[in-house]
Write a protein that binds this ligand. Structure first.
Ligand code: 0X9
Ligand code: ZN
Length: 308
């Protein structure tokens, strides 16, 4: 499928999701999480062989492009959709799990990163005091909000005027809360760095920190087993230990909403990419990067399936 081999635009993704939903109406429904700041639809798919009616199944919620410039995450998420509904080689992960998949969690930022500024990270809100646009959506959730983030609108980690000030984070929150009792696994797909991170963003381990680490390692091992030679092995750990402190993230909020397992994937950067160049994408890596990420996702989905 041609769209899986490149970085599609917001409009192309919207059309693709619509097409999937129309072709597989028995298992896929296209949902709208509301409008972004600039008025774009926040599309996501619900994928289920039992129309989300079987309470014994776990819900897995996966999203990408919460950060606009992290383009490699989009084909990885579209590939997961493809493997779940089009080219079903592992029927169990489709049958045993209810999936919520939001490929473009930050539509305005993503469009802006194509049209204006390739390394844009935040959304495009500009309704607050200060001269700069954009809230870091991964600092805007209501969990330790404002602790490890910036209060300056011009900074890339600006947390916004208050928790959930942004329509994009509210849309994600509402989905999490809607499925809180069955939400077992949340995967927030970012780049870059070849890491699988878990909370809390302040370095305090959750009560299930040990098992969070265990599943993180299992997902990383599955990826490493098929990864490209030129990429490093994945590093697994608490985000504050491995990377830096960060408050108000989607991952930490997923645990508040009831998900015992919540991870941030940092997909590999551009080979030899340093600094911002790590966000650039080598088109020849898209199939490989998508395939290896799916190996990790499957391990996560089967783990929560077997626990339930
Ligand atoms: O800083 C971030 O939001 C993430 N890294 S990125 O380079 N993709 O921007 C890491 C977020 C991990 N989650 C928490 N800090 N809780
Ligand atoms: Zn990110």
């Amino acid at each position: 499928n041609e769209i899986l081999t490149r970085i599609p635009t917001y409009e192309e993704v919207a059309a693709y999701l619509q097409e999937i939903a129309r072709t597989y109406p028995d298992i896929v429904s296209l949902e709208n999480g509301g409008k972004s700041f600039e008025g774009r639809d926040i599309w996501y798919l619900k994928i289920s062989t039992t129309k989300f009616q079987d309470p014994s199944k776990p819900v897995v919620f996966m999203q990408s492009l919460l950060h606009a410039r992290e383009w490699i995450t989009l084909p990885a998420t579209l590939y997961a959709i493809h493997k779940l509904v089009v080219d079903v080689s592992e029927r169990d992960v489709l049958q045993d799990v209810d999936w919520i998949i939001m490929p473009i969690a930050n539509p305005d930022g993503y469009v802006f990163s194509h049209a204006e500024s390739r390394f844009w990270r935040k959304n495009r809100a500009n309704n607050f005091v200060g001269i700069c646009a954009g809230v870091d959506l991964n600092r805007n959730f209501d969990v330790n909000w404002g602790e490890a983030s910036s209060s300056i609108s011009c900074m890339d980690t600006f947390h916004g005027p208050q928790p959930f000030s942004e329509p994009e984070t509210r849309a994600i929150r509402d989905i999490m809360l809607e499925h809180g009792d069955r939400l077992e696994l949340f995967l927030d797909i970012h780049s870059f760095g070849s890491m699988i991170l878990f909370g809390h963003g302040n370095g305090v381990l959750p009560p299930n920190g040990l098992i969070l680490n265990l599943l993180g390692v299992q997902m990383a091992q599955a990826i490493d087993a098929v990864k490209a030679d030129f990429n490093p092995n994945y590093v697994v750990g608490n985000v504050a230990h491995v990377l830096y402190d960060a408050s108000g993230s989607a991952m930490d909020y997923a645990k508040v909403a009831g998900a015992p397992f919540a991870y941030t994937y940092e997909l590999p950067g551009l080979r030899l990419g340093v600094g911002a160049f790590g966000f650039l994408v080598d088109p020849s890596f898209i199939p490989q990067g998508s395939m290896e990420t799916w190996e990790g996702i499957k391990v996560g989905a089967r783990f929560v399936r077997d626990l339930r």
